[in-house]
Ligand binder design. Structure first.
Ligand code: PMP
Length: 286
């Protein structure tokens, strides 16, 4: 099998991609699978256009024109004729390999462009007495509602982080369709109101953060600050005295500005200072 990787054709077994590639680390890329029967493609230009639109939507630079994509993929299929009559072509463009692992889109990183061809099934016979049927199950669509799983499919998080980063902010705060606070794009969230720390319930809408656990447990053990896990509305967030986010790399970060407006009095809060002291003296016990 002959593959295409970053401008070169080579045996598929020899193709190598960096483990720092953002396709691997974040699921940060776009792909297509295009069928070719007897060397003729089905829907090639629509596939190419969907890919080009997807790349533009996630701001990955595409330097290959639609016509050049067509030539490239047709060429790949021709080079793989020995694999059989009917081939699928898998094409994958990722944001490329950065030197660091950081959610925001890197500058000056070339995308990784990879394609390979593989045998696909012959078409079904167009005769209902000979065609093969299939069975299905049905279930509620939960694809974007599994935020409690620390999956490497991070494109949704990456795009949200980038929104805040592009606006000069360190994090983006997220809420659900009901206007309820969930978490940051890469952190858990807390508000402080009248001295009490309030954080969203641990469910499928948030990652069960280790730092979150340490914060809640250490504050409860110390006892001088009340902690509540409950639904927090965005109205409450906008009325809060303090706003924090937490993660293993940020520990507890005090947030003093949200959507261009000050949080509370716009200063780092007293409760943050107390809580961070308690957290800091307890964190190595976890
Ligand atoms: N939420 C999300 C979406 C995250 O990516 C992270 C960072 N891994 C967190 C919360 C914080 O988790 P932790 O405290 O375990 O680092």
């Amino acid at each position: 099998s002959i593959a295409y990787l970053n401008g070169e054709y080579l045996p598929l077994e020899e193709a190598r991609i960096s483990p720092l590639d953002r396709g691997f680390l974040f699921g940060d890329g776009i792909y297509e699978v295009i069928p070719y029967y007897g060397g003729k493609s089905v829907g090639l230009m629509p596939h190419i256009n969907r890919m080009i639109n997807g790349l533009a939507a996630i701001e990955i630079q595409n330097t290959i024109s639609a016509d050049d994509w067509k030539a490239l993929l047709d060429d790949l299929v021709a080079r793989n004729a020995s694999q059989g009559e009917n081939l699928g072509v898998y094409v994958h463009v990722s944001r490329g390999a950065d030197v660091k692992r950081f959610h925001a889109y890197p500058e000056d990183v070339a995308p990784t462009v990879f394609a390979f061809a593989f045998p696909i099934k012959d078409p079904q016979p167009v005769d209902r007495t000979k065609a093969t049927p299939m069975s299905m199950i049905s279930t509620e669509d939960l694809r974007w509602q599994r935020c409690h799983i620390k999956s490497t499919a991070l494109l949704g998080n990456v795009m949200h982080f980038q929104q805040g980063y592009a606006a000069g902010c360190g994090e983006t705060l997220l809420f659900n369709a009901k206007g309820e606070l969930t978490e940051g794009s890469s952190s858990n969230a807390y508000i402080v109101k009248d001295g009490k720390v309030i954080t969203p319930i641990q469910d499928n809408q948030i990652l069960p953060g280790i730092t979150r656990r340490i914060i809640i447990d250490s504050l409860k053990a110390e006892g001088s600050i009340e902690v509540e896990e409950r639904i927090v509305t965005m109205d409450e967030v906008r009325e809060a005295d303090e706003l924090w986010v937490s993660s293993s790399s940020k520990e507890i970060a005090p947030v003093t500005s949200l959507d261009g407006k000050p949080v509370g009095n716009g200063e780092i809060g007293e409760v943050w200072e107390k809580a961070f002291k308690i957290y800091s003296s307890a964190k190595f016990d976890f």
